[in-house]
Design a protein around this ligand. Structure first.
Ligand SMILES: Cc1ncc(COP(=O)(O)O)c(/C=C/C(=O)C(=O)O)c1O
Length: 357
């Protein structure tokens, strides 16, 4: 691969480097955000996963997962998805020449993600039900041998996504931050990043470990409730609801791993409302110029809430992982803004519009 990608850490990946299926995923921007950080009294970095080839962190897991699928000689791969997993799987399956089947909850998938899954040639099935029901259906299909399942229940996905942890340590000149904050849906990513930083700790690259802090939408927060009640597994949320459709998940498959990551790291779980998510999404875009989809903004909304409640100390070095690009959900972005003013193409109309008179 030409540029610095996640394959810089290939020795930590359980696949043959000779056969990597790659779109040069990883090596994403690590932006210091002093305006927002100073306002909150912390040292803030943002890891911009929307800069991956299909616009989300999923590409890291799919690169390893599809590479493994090729090693296994499968011909069809599949997933259920709230959108980004299907967009990424469709692209990597196309690159590898594999058939791809994706199950999406009808009417609950952001436009950009649906466009990607369809345009990369996946067979897109729209399920009359939610993500959890779609995942149950396709898992049964996989268990009967009809396809290779690449949801984050597949450990090879997490092996790719753990490289976010590797890069954060590397970006901080081989140091661990005090805390890593990220949105949590099916809970693969928080489990993967914890795996990555603990592998680097065991290898002796870092002396400390970050506090893993998972943020969920108030209407889809089984893991946060389990953490608050001191449980080691979740009570599924029957009808998860949030504008952040990427994390509209009621029965996260990696819940036990995620609960372990948060408790073992002395981290935190927090929930945020849809309003807090949408306001954080606009704040990040207009203060730091970083455009993310709603679910990703949950990590910023959670940061603000935890700082304001005193659960995050002033001066902490915090990394917020923002997981998907703003273009994934253009409707939410446009609905959050004023309608553009229509003008005639002459200087008078232009001046009038700019001056707002
Ligand atoms: C932008 C964005 N941010 C956060 C999450 C939550 O990560 P996990 O906690 O590892 O699930 C997702 C997940 C999406 C899917 O689960 C799917 O695409 O099927 C996401 O797309």
């Amino acid at each position: 691969c030409r540029k610095s990608t996640m394959w810089k850490y290939k020795e930590f990946m359980p696949v043959d480097p000779a056969g990597i299926v790659s779109l040069e995923e990883g090596g994403t921007p690590f932006c210091k955000c002093d305006k927002l950080g100073n306002e909150l009294g912390i040292e803030l970095y943002v890891k911009v996963e929307g800069s991956n080839p299909t616009g989300s962190f999923k590409d890291r897991g799919m690169s390893v997962g599809i590479t493994k699928a090729m090693e296994l000689g499968v011909d069809t791969v599949g997933c259920a998805s709230t959108g980004n997993t299907s967009a990424s799987l469709a692209a990597y399956a196309a690159r590898a020449g594999l058939k791809c089947v994706v199950l999406l909850p009808s009417g609950k998938v952001a436009l950009g993600k649906l466009a990607q899954a369809m345009f990369h040639g996946a067979q897109v099935l729209s399920v009359r039900g939610n993500f959890d029901q779609a995942l149950e259906a396709i898992t049964s299909l996989a268990l009967e041998g009809h396809l290779y399942l690449l949801n984050s229940i597949n450990p090879y996905r997490l092996e790719g996504q753990k490289s976010i942890g590797f890069e954060i340590v590397d970006d901080l000149s081989w140091k661990s931050p005090d805390r890593i904050i990220l949105p949590v849906g099916n809970a693969g990513n928080i489990s993967a990043i914890w795996k990555g930083v603990t592998e680097f700790h065991r290898a002796g690259f870092i002396d400390d470990l970050p506090r893993m802090t998972g943020i969920q939408a108030e209407g889809a927060a089984p893991i946060a409730h389990a953490i608050w009640e001191g449980l080691n597994d979740i009570e599924p949320v029957e009808n998860p609801e949030t504008v952040a459709t990427a994390i509209r998940i009621g029965a996260p498959v990696s819940s036990k791993k995620a609960i372990r990551a948060i408790t073992e790291s002395d981290g935190l779980a927090e929930t945020v409302s849809d309003e807090e998510i949408l306001s954080a999404q606009k704040l990040l875009a207009r203060t730091e110029g970083i455009g993310v989809e709603p679910a990703s903004a949950a990590s910023i909304a959670g940061l603000i809430k935890l700082v304001n409640s005193g659960k995050i100390d002033k001066g902490e070095q915090v990394v917020c992982v923002v997981t998907g690009h703003v273009l994934k959900d253009p409707n939410v972005a446009i609905n959050a803004c004023e309608e553009p003013i229509e003008i005639d193409p002459n200087i008078d109309s232009l001046l009038k519009a700019i001056k707002g008179d």
